[in-house]
Unconditional design. Sequence first.
Length: 138
Amino acid sequence: MIDVYEYAKKNNLIDRSAIGDKKFRDFFKKMKINVAVEIGTYKGISSAYMAQFANSVYTFDIIDYFEKYKIWGDLEVLDKISYYTISKRAISKNFENIELDKKLKKIRIKNKLEKINLILHLLTEIILMKMLKQILNL
Ligand SMILES: C[S@@+](CC[C@H](N)C(=O)[O-])C[C@H]1O[C@@H](n2cnc3c(N)ncnc32)[C@H](O)[C@@H]1O
């Protein structure tokens, strides 16, 4: 089995990837994951890394970088990863239907930046749940 991190270093895939972060690498070593979801595939090296510890990985990007297919083939994780190209427009359309007020009222928000982060976090969660439900036909 090829070491994904060593492969990333050898093929200059660390730049712009979470795989360069030791915390990211160690996080996945601690657990067995059923489904992992990634927003922002890029060249797919972090998807390949996660695929070692997950039964399946769903990954989304607005640009279909072709390099990832060879990388996933080399690392023998092609069958575990499902990739989808999404449009920014589709994401904003989902935003329109989301009611955040009730959730946000329950949470004490200390400053503006924290509020923005919280909103982004909630939106991401809701969108991911919607996408996953569609993908898994739930
Ligand atoms: C830093 S790279 C991701 C690196 C990858 N997750 C890794 O760790 O190897 C960021 C990626 O996010 C994608 N991206 C930017 N905006 C996006 C959006 N709204 N939805 C999905 N992907 C997006 C970009 O096209 C780019 O490929």
